[in-house]
Design a protein. Structure first.
Length: 256
């Protein structure tokens, strides 16, 4: 392939290839270049999103490391409720589209004499908060604690949400039994030894949830995805330049 200096066209095998409907063909090449440019933009957006998702996964891991042991300790009666509600509030407000609006919604709920069921309230105000896998359950757990002092329900919401997020299987119907047994024990009630042993075994699995997604796996997943997207961005960028050059050449010379 060489350039024909006389016509300014690309010569293949010594013969320039004329293109019919020069302007229409040039516009088609422009359209292809635009499509490829959009592909570059999408790939770059994907790279930014991958970085954001990795940061969010690391932040969730840190929050879970605070919340999970705290809610277990709360069921034993050894820590105040704020040990659970404060990191939960920080998460749901921080992940909201508008944190200021989200904080106002929570304060407004607490100001009501009888706001209603925590789950119903969570559905009512949920549009002001994030829509991630744990955002809704964390909001519900916060409301369960602040509105009803429902440690059992909050513990179930937190544990099941983190299990789903990490891809860990927990016996969902038995999770609340863990907190029920510990609450009964903390209240001085007699607890069956077998029930306590079963609760301890499942509590150990719940306590391990913050480490279910390792830091290494978060970074590896992000790096692999970013490399794939960088390759896609590079390839589509080259095609954008190629089709743009073809469009200019066809418009100028009528040859490809």
């Amino acid at each position: 392939m060489t350039d024909d200096p006389a016509a300014g066209a690309v010569v293949i095998g010594g013969v320039p290839r004329p293109v019919p409907y020069r302007r229409v063909s040039a516009l088609l090449y422009v359209c292809l270049a635009v499509v490829m440019a959009i592909g570059v933009g999408l790939a770059m957006h994907g790279i930014l999103r991958a970085v954001e998702d990795a940061g969010r996964a690391l932040a969730l891991r840190e929050t879970a490391a605070l919340v999970v042991p705290a809610v277990l300790d709360l069921s034993h009666g050894t820590v105040p409720m704020e040990a659970v509600t404060e990191p939960l509030r920080d998460w749901v407000v921080g992940e909201a589209p508008d944190p200021a609006v989200a904080a106002e919604r929570l304060d407004a709920v607490l100001a009501q004499a009888d706001p209603g069921s925590p789950r119903a309230v969570a559905r009512e105000i949920g549009d002001a908060f994030g829509n991630g896998e744990v955002d809704g359950p964390f909001l519900t757990a916060w409301l369960q604690l602040r509105l009803r002092n429902d440690v059992e329900g909050a513990g179930e919401s937190i544990a099941n949400a983190l299990a789903v997020n990490a891809g860990v299987e927990l016996p969902r119907r038995e999770v609340d039994d863990v907190f029920a047994v510990y609450l009964a024990q903390a209240a001085g009630e007699e607890v069956d030894e077998e029930d306590l042993q079963a609760a301890d075994a499942l509590a150990a699995r719940i306590a391990a949830l913050p480490q279910a997604v390792s830091v290494v796996s978060i970074y590896v997943s992000a790096v692999v995805l970013i490399l794939v997207l960088v390759g896609a961005a590079y390839g589509t960028a080259r095609l954008t330049l190629r089709f743009g050059g073809d469009a200019a050449r066809v418009w100028r010379t009528g040859h490809l």
